[in-house]
Design a protein around this ligand. Structure first.
Ligand code: ZN
Length: 220
């Protein structure tokens, strides 16, 4: 089934599936766990719309590139265009919040990084961005002070607290919009906290966002 954005309350989402703008190393604890320096500016990359899959469908892993890692991230669904926006205006353009996985072929990414090459083959392949349904923005009391969790086969694995982001959501959207106009239906993935790890066939993932969203996923 082709991917379409969905709201968790069953409302129809008219926004088309667009590009995904992602930020690397937006939580210092994750940068440290991979021995990466903490950047002084957000490190951006893009996944195309063909990377999107629904998280509640069995997740396909690629058969190339070695280990595939999960990175659980707060996902921001854009509702109106943002170009060179000021940070204090960006949250008004958000149509919803959800959870996404920034699937990463870690060994391939390391090879590409060593050669100084772009990361796309390791991070933007088909199916590399499973997304949950989205909740309306007003369901999250404060997106810049909320938490989300990922359990892998029942074990706590990642615990994100958005107040620990190096660049908070409103400023991150503004920064992205300086380089890439964010269009209705685009998604911004906001970085992953520590605790990333490898996925294997049959793994069960359970993710929750504050007290407003719960989603399960199975690796095919
Ligand atoms: Zn990521």
């Amino acid at each position: 089934m082709p991917y379409t954005h969905k709201f968790s309350d069953g409302r129809k989402c008219p926004l088309p599936a667009g590009k995904v703008v992602c930020v690397g190393r937006n939580y210092a604890d994750h940068a440290r766990e991979l021995n990466n320096p903490v950047p002084d500016q957000p490190l951006l990359f893009i996944k195309p719309a063909t990377a999107l899959v629904a998280m509640d469908q069995p997740l396909p892993l690629p058969d190339f590139g070695g280990d595939c890692h999960f990175e659980a991230e707060l996902a921001v669904l854009i509702g109106s265009p943002l170009t060179r926006a000021e940070a204090d205006t960006t949250l008004a353009a958000v149509a919803g919040y959800g959870l996404g996985l920034d699937l990463t072929l870690r060994e391939l990414q390391s090879e590409l990084k060593q050669k100084g090459h772009p990361w796309e083959m390791a991070k933007a392949f088909d199916g590399s961005c499973p997304l949950s349904e989205f909740v309306a923005p007003e369901q999250l009391a404060d997106v810049e002070d909320c938490e989300y969790r990922l359990l892998l086969n029942g074990q706590p694995q990642q615990h994100g607290q958005t107040r620990h982001m190096i660049t908070p959501v409103s400023a991150l959207l503004a920064y992205c919009s300086r380089y890439f106009t964010l269009m209705p239906g685009d998604v911004v993935l906001t970085g992953t906290p520590a605790g990333v790890g490898r996925l294997q066939s049959g793994d069960e993932l359970s993710l929750s966002l504050a007290n407003c969203l719960q989603v399960s996923a199975v690796v095919r």
